[in-house]
Design a protein around this ligand. Structure first.
Ligand SMILES: Cc1cc2nc3c(=O)[nH]c(=O)nc-3n(C[C@H](O)[C@H](O)[C@H](O)COP(=O)(O)O)c2cc1C
Length: 199
């Protein structure tokens, strides 16, 4: 680990629904990520980010870290700034990712650039279509989307709902190996790019 400092990994929860499925895989991800000694876990819940539809005059790429006195936007920008890498947990709505996530991504820019991003999704086909779209957006934000992804399938969602949040770890245990690969890779990129950003 570079400089002995653990990279800060932000778990981003995309769904903003009150009764969301997201809470079950989020709990499993928290448990697995907290168990690791090579990273520090933070969380960005898009439901709490709570930004209105984007309405700034100048795109954030041309107005870096200008928050226009908007405290919610500042809090979001600073949370993104503080992270070295991201794991986005995404739902799939009409073969895309949730609009609230796109709205949040559009509000900042430099806070995201030159950082790695990985994806965990859920849906009939594991959120795969939402994840592929997010990879394209990540490149425009000058991020490094990593290859490994976790895809929780429709029948696994049904089993997880039946098992409840307290059994999240067992429910998703068949994804543990893939998650380990994902996080190993993400930590590698987080350390490499943090070092490079510092130079
Ligand atoms: C508007 C809408 C569109 C949906 N479209 C899809 C879809 O394209 N693919 C899919 O796998 N599931 C789809 N679903 C089902 C979601 O996977 C399911 O509702 C899931 O619980 C959403 O995640 P959340 O509860 O964390 O918000 C859709 C759900 C909604 C509300």
């Amino acid at each position: 680990v570079s400089g002995g400092i653990r990279p800060r990994i932000a778990l981003v929860i995309a769904s903003t629904r009150r009764e969301r499925f997201a809470d079950l895989p989020a709990e499993w991800l928290r448990m697995r990520l907290r168990a690791r000694s090579d990273l520090e876990l933070t969380e960005i819940d898009i439901r709490d980010v709570d930004l209105p539809f984007y309405d700034a005059d100048v795109p954030p790429a041309r107005a870096p870290r200008e928050y226009h006195g908007d405290e919610k936007l500042r809090a979001f920008g600073e949370a993104v700034d503080a992270a070295d890498a991201f794991i986005v947990l995404t739902a799939e709505y009409n073969h895309g990712y949730p609009a609230a996530l796109k709205n949040a991504l559009d509000h900042v820019f430099v806070e995201f650039t030159r950082k790695p991003i990985a994806f965990a999704g859920y849906g009939n086909v594991g959120g795969a279509r939402a994840i592929e779209q997010l990879r394209q957006v990540a490149v425009e934000l000058e991020m490094a989307p990593i290859r490994h992804a976790v895809s929780i399938l429709g029948h696994e969602m049904r089993a997880a709902r039946a098992a409840g949040v307290e059994n999240a770890a067992q429910t998703f245990a068949n994804h543990d190996e893939r998650l380990t690969q994902l996080v190993d890779d993400l930590v590698w990129w987080a350390n490499a790019l943090r070092r490079a950003r510092g130079e």
